[in-house]
Design a binder for this molecule. Structure first.
Ligand code: DPP
Ligand code: ZN
Length: 851
């Protein structure tokens, strides 16, 4: 397969003035008739006229009405064209019903839908399928299906056809079409300047009762973007469609967002608090793309973080405003560490803006998305809020309607602030998670002078990553506050701007030696390598005025306790248990925050922590230690949890609001510990009484944890047999929570279940992704899980390369483990690599993981 390089970018030979498409829909033989007005691109260096196209049967092609015979290859066509402007016409045939890759035009439960990002449009018709070619589209859909949708505004409708016109120039990856027997949940929104917008969520009839929350989230997103970024919606209609078979979470097609049904449909009975929260953030994310992605798009796919990092940053800010900013930040950092740090510390590490790829779908990663958002957060911290929004205003006015680069993005900051950002830009080109080492010095006041000086010396170091052995120093904003012995803040949060490898920062005028709170709010995506001082951490857990660092202190303590339990067979430290219980009882703290602080580090997190401190992680031991710590906490603080369990009930009917969710989360944390003491009595009672999915599933999780959920699993199945999204939970939990020695067998049994529809990405991910998430089960020394997992990847690859390639990341941490496990993983990866006709997607991933 061919590698594509950022450095090789050249503009397209032509511009598209207008694109007109007609679709004659039929499952096995859809005709796509295109009429495209091209004009020479004055910015191009010339070259042959090339249109992308894959797996298309060309029926006829014309230029300015005269038939032509282009030269066709596997990736597209070339054709002799006139010197000036011309009209290209083509008719192609495609087969949506045999499209199992879910890219281009495909079918899901009798409904037609599309997914064109990144390079799916070339499976629909011949076109310059690249983001820097933007054009207004008109689309005519011919079909007897009742609902026919495309981008933009509806401009015509008749018996068996509909026409849509999108006035905003867009790249082909934002094209969308939907046709099906759908019903809508309608609403309206009036924009700040008075535009009346019709809103719809389109679903299958049986899902109509699951749309209200998504609609509410959409309207809140629209209001927020007006108030915070000054961005209004720009069409008369905004449509969302829910689709069951979808590779990703959702897609921001102009005016017609297409959602994985799991990312939009929710009712109290079927969705958990976590599901509601996720839906709210994805609705916001896709809506926010209308400006950051659609009106201003990417010049090429290397710039993906331009739209994704910024849009994630925006949706995180939105969620923090709608809920609790502190809790949001903790959750975002948990996700960053779980996915991005994991990626950045293994063979798949790559810069936020990669410099080469084989298959762009493999770069929709945590690094591009989540680290991309962190980089913007740092920029905002460095320039300040006011300058940030000034720069954004300039970005929107200067680049509206353009396809841009990271250089364009940084330039608006340079132009508004006068700052030079070339060193900061390394965050975009340098992969790897920087380590930050901290040294402290205290010089007390001399006799006669009361005040002393406290000095922090920071040292940064980024370990080598594939293709990048040597790293240059980064600009790192380190937010620091200082507390005195009583927990009073003597120096409020100050952002230290680190630019050198080693740098010292002095704080004078202090009466006594302070306790530092470093990297407040997680001000940069780095790893602090400071050796934990347990007394200081317990103090910060009790007193830090920065909520993130207060949580972080508890987390660092928990990891320290676990490392000693695993590496030294130590008992859980009593001081930690006391501190944790005090925090749990502190009614001044938000219940959601307390719930997070009671959550123990994940097995994967512990594996990386042990690896970083020079140990070879053993997943079996890690699991045992985490469970032993849970048991010790339960033994120590049983009565506190019993009180919390009673106190945190939420009266009245279920509402998915942040406050109720926080109380339920704390109650669930308590239930988890109590279940270790009462053999599941409370959990069984909760399961029977639950009138919402959060509590029903919570009870099931607690029972699965003690491997005592047989009866509830079958009752759950019986109740939810016909709800695909709920059944995904049933499948996923069993695979992810099976005891290690049973994990492979449980997964095999699930994969033989009549309801295991392996061609549906959600179901496949629930089961096989569940197994991969079951750290001790996946890495069981028998190797059975590795083999089973690989067998399934081999089976899925020819049908759905994108999802297969994504799931190979289960193996990305393989070099952490012992020689036996490494050997077994290598064998499986090599077995996968040797499959004849393995997709380009999976080939690239396996090659990178093995290298
Ligand atoms: N662009 C989509 C999103 O992140 C992914 N295909 O919203
Ligand atoms: Zn996005």
């Amino acid at each position: 397969p061919q590698t594509i390089f950022l450095a090789d970018y050249t503009p397209f030979t032509h511009r598209v003035e207008r694109a007109h498409l007609t679709f004659r829909l039929a499952p096995g033989a859809t005709r796509v008739i295109s009429r495209i007005d091209f004009a020479p691109n004055p910015d191009s260096g010339g070259g042959p006229f090339f249109l992308h196209g894959e797996k298309l049967a060309l029926i006829e092609a014309k230029i300015d009405g005269a038939p032509v015979t282009p030269e066709i290859t596997e990736t597209g066509l070339t054709c002799a064209v006139p010197d000036g402007p011309f009209t290209w016409e083509a008719e192609v045939e495609i087969s949506p019903q045999s499209n199992t890759a879910l890219e281009g035009l495909y079918m899901s439960n009798g409904m037609y839908c599309t997914q064109c990002e990144a390079e799916g449009f070339r499976k629909i018709t011949y076109y310059p399928d690249r983001p820097d070619v933007m054009a207004p589209f008109t689309v005519r859909i011919e079909s007897d299906l009742p609902v026919l949708l495309s981008n933009g505004n509806p401009t015509g409708r008749g018996e068996g056809w509909a026409e849509w016109t999108d006035p905003w120039p867009k790249p082909a990856y934002l094209f969308a079409l939907v046709a099906g027997e759908l019903v809508n949940h309608p609403d309206r929104f009036t924009t700040r300047s008075g535009r009346e917008v019709e809103l719809n969520i389109w679903v299958r009839e049986g899902d109509l009762h699951k749309c209200a929350f998504g609609m509410d989230a959409l309207k809140r997103s629209m209001t927020w973007d007006e108030q915070v970024y000054g961005r209004e919606y720009d069409l008369d209609v905004f449509n969302i469609v829910a689709v069951d078979d979808f590779n990703m979470g959702a897609m921001e097609n102009k005016g017609l967002n297409i959602f994985n049904s799991s990312a939009v449909l929710a009712s109290p009975e079927t969705a958990t608090d976590a599901n509601f929260e996720r839906i709210e953030s994805i609705i916001a994310h896709e809506y926010f793309h209308n400006w950051t992605g659609n009106r201003i798009t990417c010049r090429d796919w290397f710039q993906l973080c331009l739209k994704e990092g910024l849009t994630v940053f925006r949706d995180q800010h939105f969620s923090g405003d709608e809920r609790s900013a502190a809790v949001q930040r903790i959750n975002d950092v948990l996700a960053l560490r779980a996915r991005q740090f994991r990626e950045d510390n293994g063979p798949l590490a790559h810069p936020v803006r990669p410099e080469s790829f084989v298959e762009i779908n493999n770069f929709y990663t945590a690094t591009v998305y989540e680290k991309g958002a962190e980089v913007i957060g740092m920029l905002k911290r460095l320039v300040g809020d006011e300058a940030y929004f000034k720069a954004l205003d300039l970005y929107f006015t200067r680049h509206d309607g353009q396809a841009c680069t990271i250089e364009d993005w940084l330039k608006v900051f340079e132009d508004t602030t006068g700052r030079e950002l070339s060193q900061f830009k390394r965050w975009y080109s340098q992969a790897g998670t920087p380590r930050l080492d901290v040294h402290e010095a205290w010089s007390p006041g001399m006799a006669g002078k009361a005040a002393g000086t406290y000095t922090l010396t920071l040292r940064q170091n980024t370990p080598p990553t594939p293709g990048q052995p040597d790293k240059a120093p980064l600009v790192i904003p380190v937010a620091v506050g200082l507390l005195d012995k009583d927990g009073t803040e003597v120096v409020p949060t100050r952002v230290l701007e680190m630019t050198d490898v080693t740098q010292s920062f002095a704080f004078d005028g202090l009466e006594t030696r302070p306790v530092p709170s470093i990297l407040r709010g997680f001000s940069a995506p780095v790893i602090l390598t400071r050796k934990p001082d347990r007394t200081e951490l317990a103090f910060l857990l009790a007193h830090d005025t920065d909520p993130f660092n207060r949580w972080e202190a508890g987390r660092t303590l928990a990891k320290d306790v676990l490392v000693r339990m695993i590496a030294e067979d130590a008992a859980p430290s009593p001081a930690y248990l006391v501190a944790l219980e005090q925090m749990a009882q502190d009614s001044d703290l938000d219940p959601a925050f307390r719930a997070l602080a009671l959550g123990l580090p994940s097995q994967d997190d512990m594996a990386q922590t042990l690896f970083d401190s020079g140990h070879t992680p053993d997943p079996t031991r890690i699991r045992r230690a985490i469970r032993a710590l849970g048991q010790a906490i339960a033994d120590h603080a049983g009565s506190t949890f019993s009180d919390l369990y009673d106190e945190m009930t939420v009266p009245g009917p279920y509402l998915p609001d942040a406050e109720g969710a926080g109380r339920r989360a704390l109650r669930q944390a308590a239930l988890g510990f109590l279940t270790l003491e009462d053999e599941g009595a409370r959990a069984r009672a909760q399961f029977d009484a639950a009138d919402n999915m959060t509590e029903q599933l919570g009870a099931l999780v607690a029972l699965l944890h003690i491997d005592a959920a047989e009866e509830q699993l079958s009752a759950f199945r019986h109740q939810w047999q016909r709800d695909r999204l709920v059944m995904d939970k049933w499948f996923g939990l069993q695979a992810s929570m099976a005891p290690p020695e049973k994990a492979a067998n449980v997964t095999r049994r699930l994969s033989e279940d009549a309801d295991f529809d392996w061609k549906n990405p959600n179901r496949f991910r629930a089961v096989l992704g569940g197994l991969a998430a079951n750290a001790a089960g996946f890495h069981h020394p028998s190797g059975d899980s590795y083999a089973l997992f690989t067998d399934w990847l081999i089976r899925l690859d020819p049908l759905n390369p994108q999802t297969t390639a994504r799931m190979t990341t289960a193996f990305e941490t393989w070099k952490r483990y012992d020689a036996d496990r490494q050997e077994m993983i290598r064998e499986n990866l090599e077995r996968l690599a040797a499959v004849p006709d393995l997709s380009r997607d999976t080939t690239e991933m396996v090659g990178r993981i093995l290298s």
